[in-house]
Design a protein around this ligand. Structure first.
Ligand SMILES: Cc1cc2nc3c(=O)[nH]c(=O)nc-3n(C[C@H](O)[C@H](O)[C@H](O)COP(=O)(O)OP(=O)(O)OC[C@H]3O[C@@H](n4cnc5c(N)ncnc54)[C@H](O)[C@@H]3O)c2cc1C
Length: 462
């Protein structure tokens, strides 16, 4: 990159806001995947005005601009994939600007860590429900750009359900404000929705107005263990069919349970084929308890071998410790893992699990299955050793077959992680040519020079 361009970035963001050394650039060359790509320069803006300045320089010099939160993404979305470019990292734009208790909203800059925002609003008795497992190492901007979800999304919805408005720097440097505090707003196209889950390809999100709800005061959690995965899946539908909407309904398959037990010794039954964690929550203790008891009864009627309702807060924390320890537990089983996040109609979960097991057996690599059964969002994790010749290539083939299995039952490629680079080859197969063509036109309209996160989502340049 020419030194006059670097100087221009320094004039905008200050010397300490521009990183150039190979050591610094290396830190911004990866995310939560195996992909890597080194930027030419990293800018850490402190204000929307600085973001505008950076984008204007990039547009003038036709430089790729890659937005980055905390780089926890699982689709290689925040990694430069064309040579170089400027990474705009939002971690210094981390102020909570306003908590409006009367209207139950919070206005925050894009780089606020999601867990920090949650903690801050909870001090005021309010609640920001989206709960990606990466809540402590991802940002509000990254969550919006990927429309992040988590266990609680069954009852409360995903990030996009809480975005009331956005401040976005467009590819030509103009600042677009969308939405506002009114809950209902049908004045024009839903631009807030368009930028939510756009993965940094349509604009740089600099701030957001988010909706809050009242904090649920009580929660009850149960673990149901099943001899047959089909029964666990039927139980999910039966619980929801009864009108109970648990905050979370999490599924773990036999391999996941085995991995957790081996690592944590929590006393889980490793002889069962599947387990469900069911959590109800709300404002009334009696209702919350009755709902978890009813969910437990339904699980038993459908064939659960055991149902254990956590009696104390410690027991409840223990159940969640089991669920949250899956990822670290897998690290003890194999040096590498690759996790996908296909989403299928709930009724298709047993069929997809059967197909995933076939894929695993055919390629000789374990696939551990867990996920948010209530939303049909599964995380099949392939365990492997990248150093062993041929294993990485096998993993690539397995991923393709996993996507094909999801699509075959009417599912989709990703419920949470987005397309990024990794799912690009399947994008058109998942959506069809008309949808991709419409999306390309939106991209061309908003970013005619294709400088915003080029090479993401679309298979070739647009
Ligand atoms: C251990 C682990 C657990 C995870 N669990 C979950 C989970 O439960 N649910 C879930 O949904 N995801 C999960 N993820 C994936 C990841 O954390 C989410 O996608 C998260 O939303 C990314 O946030 P980030 O700030 O790290 O963004 P980054 O990884 O930095 O960026 C992700 C994408 O968003 C774009 N982007 C970032 N900031 C902006 C901005 N301000 N404006 C425009 N575009 C922007 C980037 O260009 C990129 O395309 C997990 C990841 C890990 C490593």
């Amino acid at each position: 990159m020419q030194s006059k361009v670097i100087d221009a970035f320094i004039r905008v963001a200050g010397r300490d806001g521009v990183l150039l050394t190979p050591e610094d650039l290396a830190v911004y060359s990866y995310d939560g995947t195996f992909a890597e790509g080194v930027p030419e320069v990293v800018v850490l803006p402190r204000s929307t005005a600085q973001v505008v300045g950076v984008v204007e320089i990039a547009a003038e010099n036709r430089l790729p601009v890659i937005a980055r939160g905390m780089g926890s993404g699982l689709a290689a979305g925040s990694i430069p994939c064309r040579a170089g470019g400027v990474v705009v990292c939002f971690t210094r734009m981390n102020r909570i600007i306003e908590i409006d208790e009367a209207n139950s909203t919070v206005r925050a800059e894009a780089g606020v860590v999601t867990a920090d925002l949650q903690a801050e609003v909870e001090k005021r008795g309010m609640f920001y429900p989206p709960d990606p497992s990466s809540i402590r190492h991802s940002t509000i901007g990254g969550n919006i750009a990927c429309n992040a979800g988590g266990p609680r999304c069954l009852k409360y919805g995903v990030t996009g359900n809480y975005v009331l408005g956005l401040e976005v720097v467009l590819a030509d440097g103009r600042v677009l404000n969308t939405g506002g505090k009114p809950i209902k707003d049908v004045t024009g196209y839903n631009l807030t929705g368009l930028f939510t889950s756009s993965e940094g390809t349509l604009g740089l999100i600099t701030g957001a107005l988010l909706r809050l709800v009242a904090r649920p005061r009580f929660a009850k959690t149960a673990l149901a263990e099943f001899d047959r995965l089909e029964d666990a899946s039927r139980a999910v539908n039966a619980v929801l069919g009864e009108g109970i909407v648990p905050a979370s309904l999490e599924l773990m398959d036999r391999t996941a349970i085995g991995c957790i037990e081996e690592a944590m010794h929590l006393g889980l039954d490793t002889g069962v084929e599947a387990a469900l964690i069911v959590e109800t929550d709300g404002a009334d203790e009696g209702t919350v308890a009755r709902e978890v008891e009813s969910a437990g009864r339904i699980c038993r009627e459908i064939g659960a071998r055991t149902v254990k309702v956590a009696r104390t807060e410690e027991e409840r924390a223990e159940l969640w410790r089991a669920r949250r320890s899956i990822s670290p537990a897998l690290a003890r089983k194999a040096p590498n893992k690759l996790g996908e996040d296909i989403t299928v109609p709930r009724s298709a979960i047993p069929e997809v699990v059967r197909r995933l097991r076939e894929i695993s057996a055919r390629h000789g690599l374990p696939i551990v299955i867990f996920g948010h059964a209530g939303d049909g969002n599964l995380h099949p994790n392939i365990l492997f050793d990248k150093r062993k010749p041929g294993e990485w290539e096998r993993v690539g083939r397995m991923v393709g077959e996993i996507f094909a299995a999801a699509l075959a039952v009417g599912g989709t490629l990703s419920g949470e992680h987005g397309v990024g680079v990794l799912k690009r080859p399947w994008f058109e197969r998942a959506l069809g040519p008309v949808s991709v063509e419409v999306q390309r036109r939106i991209k061309q309209a908003l970013d005619p020079l294709n400088i915003l996160n080029p090479g993401k989502m679309f298979e070739d340049e647009v």
